[in-house]
Design a protein around this ligand. Structure first.
Ligand code: ARG
Length: 276
């Protein structure tokens, strides 16, 4: 399958105030120090890499009282220029939702296209967009009710998937969309161990050719990846994924976001895609 990249627009938030002061996922240990200048340098590498690949990166202003704001993927989901805001499961992150909505309202998105959700959802943390579906995680963060809300708002079929392992608390820690082009067919990679047996069967049925990740690569947060259809940016420690990605025609690019891993996030968590 010949792959091709398409230019993307991303929203990112620099980790200027990144800290681990509370623990809302098993990766977060508030007793471990965080090196902020290193986090900023790693994040800048990621942003520069996107730009060098021809993508547009927009920036959200970080707020000192919101240490997880660097994980911009959680702030909203944007499809066809329409914005489904977030509604965070934990009080510590709740004000991030308004910061994202403000950004959209002041950056050319019409009020009619911006929806404040009734149900808990953490943006692209639990929503993954393919050409055919919105894949939607639940179990740790997003409410199952948010799936119906997303389906109604976007008018795309939403496929609910049950997450069962707390290390993979968001869908984007266990599954990545590699190709979302209508003409080449959807391609994904995922780690089956993160899903319930029924959800694994659903994934096998919808994506029989998916790249199946092994445990060590999943544990390196290797599924927290961003693809433009050709280049796949992923945590560099997920070495077992590089060969299988190349075999499928992708170009894996390993990134070091080791400081941000202390918050339980990597490449994808830092990157919200603006599908406009
Ligand atoms: N500390 C953040 C949290 O637990 C990390 C979020 C990571 N983001 C993601 N898209 N998985 O909410």
């Amino acid at each position: 399958m010949p792959r091709h990249a398409t230019p993307r627009r991303y929203l990112m938030c620099p980790p200027a105030h990144f800290k681990v002061t509370y623990s809302i996922n098993p990766w977060m240990d508030p007793t471990k120090p965080v090196d902020v200048p290193l986090a900023v340098a790693q994040w800048e590498d990621l942003m520069e890499r996107y730009r060098s690949l021809g993508h547009t990166v927009e920036q959200l202003t970080p707020r000192p009282e919101l240490p997880d704001m660097v994980f911009a993927a959680n702030g909203a989901t944007v499809i066809d220029g329409r914005v489904l805001g977030a509604n965070f499961a934990h009080a510590e992150r709740a004000p991030e939702a308004a910061a994202h909505l403000d950004w959209f309202r002041t950056h050319g998105f019409a009020e009619a296209d911006v929806h404040e959700p009734a149900h808990i959802n953490e943006g692209e943390g639990d929503f993954a967009v393919t050409s055919s579906y919105v894949l939607a995680g639940r179990g740790f963060r997003a409410s199952p009710l948010s799936h119906g809300e997303a389906q109604e708002f976007f008018g795309r079929p939403v496929i609910g998937l049950d997450l069962v392992d707390p290390r993979y608390y968001h869908l984007d820690t266990a599954l990545a969309v590699l190709d979302d082009a209508t003409d080449s067919g959807d391609a994904i990679m995922y780690y089956p161990g993160a899903f319930s047996p029924g959800s694994r069967a659903v994934l096998r049925r919808l994506f029989p050719d998916a790249l199946i990740a092994q445990e060590p690569d999943a544990a390196a947060l290797g599924l927290n990846a961003v693809s433009d259809g050709l280049h796949v940016l992923l945590p560099q420690a997920a070495v077992g994924l590089f060969g299988p990605l190349r075999e499928r025609g992708f170009e894996p690019i390993g990134m070091d976001l080791g400081e941000l891993l202390k918050g339980g996030g990597s490449v994808k968590c830092c990157t919200q895609e603006l599908r406009c």
